[in-house]
Design a protein around this ligand. Structure first.
Ligand SMILES: Cc1cc2nc3c(=O)[nH]c(=O)nc-3n(C[C@H](O)[C@H](O)[C@H](O)COP(=O)(O)O)c2cc1C
Length: 179
């Protein structure tokens, strides 16, 4: 389906990527792929002043859009929320005859510090609900979510475990992108 010419845009939000395990590994692996562009919002907009036109053009050039972030209080980092609020404008993403992202695909990809036992399906459903709603409202296809727990280095061996999980996460994400 998603042939060679199709482009994937990764919208990466992580305010401290230099201290990251998960999002650093995932974005590094994604960057090695052909036809994948990463926009790291914290690097582009440390002052939260988003270039809406540039972001909308990047979206238009992509077929698949991946939101990549660490889970912060069951939600996205603030800059990603601000980016969505600014960029998915009336007249661009929705509105009479202005569904310019219609037919594109969205994937949600996030990492978590807490263990899997804290995140049963009913909680995960709530986390991804805003993205599903956004997709539906803008006539975008919601492809699915990839998520990982236990991404931290709080005790002996935790970092090695987190690295392994992050590598697996990357492979699952790539498989979904190529779907
Ligand atoms: C402000 C803040 C809020 C967080 N909220 C959550 C949370 O709700 N659930 C969770 O599992 N982890 C939470 N965490 C942990 C991060 O999700 C975790 O550190 C991150 O996903 C690890 O990815 P990284 O190695 O790329 O930084 C939070 C961390 C911060 C700094």
């Amino acid at each position: 389906m998603n042939g060679n010419m199709s482009k994937t845009l990764i919208i990466l939000a992580h305010p401290k990527i230099e201290n990251s395990i998960g999002n650093k590994i995932i974005s590094t692996i994604l960057l090695e792929q052909e036809n994948i562009e990463i926009r790291h919002l914290d690097k582009l907009y440390p002052d939260f002043k988003i270039d809406i036109k540039a972001e909308q053009e990047a979206l238009l050039a992509a077929n698949t859009i991946v939101f990549q972030y660490p889970l912060f209080w069951y939600s996205t980092p603030a800059l990603l929320k601000e980016w969505i609020d600014q960029v998915f404008q009336y007249g661009f993403a929705f509105g009479k005859d202005s569904y310019h992202l219609e037919g594109k695909r969205i994937i949600v990809s996030f990492t978590m510090g807490s263990p899997k036992s804290d995140y049963p399906k009913e909680i995960l459903d709530k986390i991804v609900f805003p993205f599903q709603g956004l997709a539906k409202y803008c006539k975008i296809e919601y492809l699915g979510e990839i998520y990982s727990n236990d991404i931290h280095e709080y005790y002996e061996g935790a970092k090695e475990n987190a690295i392994q999980i992050s590598n697996k996460h990357s492979q699952k994400l790539l498989a979904l992108i190529k779907n």
